[in-house]
Ligand binder design. Sequence first.
Ligand code: SAH
Length: 365
Amino acid sequence: MHALQLSSRPAGDSRRALLEVPGEEMRSWLHARGQAPLRARQMRRWLLAGRATSFEQMSDLPKQLRDELAAAYRPLGSDIARHLISCDGTHKLLLRLHDEQVIECVLLQEADRRTVCISTQVGCGMGCVFCASGLGGLVRNLTAGEILEQLIHARNLLPAEERLTHIVVMGMGEPLANLDALLEALAVATSPQGLGIGARHVTISTVGLPAKIRQLADLKKQYHLAVSLHAPNEELRTRIVPTNDKTGLPAILEAAGYFQATTGRQVTYEYVLLRDLNDQPAHAAELAKLLRGRQAHVNLIPFNDVEGLPYRRLTQQALTDFVAILRGGGISAKVRKRKGADIDAACGQLRRAANTEESHHESHE
Ligand code: SAH
């Protein structure tokens, strides 16, 4: 594993990032300097396709314009605060935002796939009991620009001839609680003028917000939906996923069915396996029964330890049994491969570790 400690931002820098500036505002800024509106498109192309991280690199803009731009705006609003590289080729970036908040994004590399796992919020308000991201509650939503910048930073790590192929919206936060910003970012990510990633290669993972699932379905995009189920019955799910108390399983399953019927895309159900809590043979049998007839696919995720939480990873035997019972019940199921384990690549763990380090640091001063 390698860890690189990177840039620090000069204090009091109030310049906004290019992707945060509305098109109209940028065009009138350009107009005031005698520049054609198409300059705005040129700059975006430099960020999205040209891999520019400074205005200086935007070599087909007049030198004076580049200087004026650099005085007024930042090309990217986020900095790489830490960059960890796992022995399996997984990169984890801790990005610092303009307000000093930090978020994580992860680049996973496997065969021809270059997948980025992105965050949609700082923290999370859903409070799933085993998840590191929600421990401090929700801080704020990310903007579309901040979501897109995660993809840009990750893509900039790739050799020139490689491009991103997949997006999983499985980082920090509840994507459907910040749907508008996410959709705006994904529209750019999937456009040929943007990052050119196929919409069918985008997976949005949700705790299960029925109204938002329906709204997403009605847009008839080709995005793939993953619903975090984690339990085969109401009582257990409410213990593990507290928001289930208000939503209830039937509403989630109905909304997922609607998504499948409307978009024609199979829904994946995610199930984090927590030792002794939801990993027993009876749970597997109940899950198979719950999902029967739904053409569902189940993604089993052995719990990644979170320091300070009492949950544990299940045993290999329990995992083998769980999979066998599901498949025996006619349900398609896979176990998610673990990547980047040596760099805390999963689920809000690095941000948490960094925050803890920071507060230790502070308390020693
Ligand atoms: N809010 C979205 C995205 C969360 S992250 C959602 O709930 O789906 C994507 C997946 O990782 C979710 O299924 C989430 O429950 C799971 N996850 C979170 N923390 C985990 C941990 N410590 N170990 C294993 N999976 C975890």
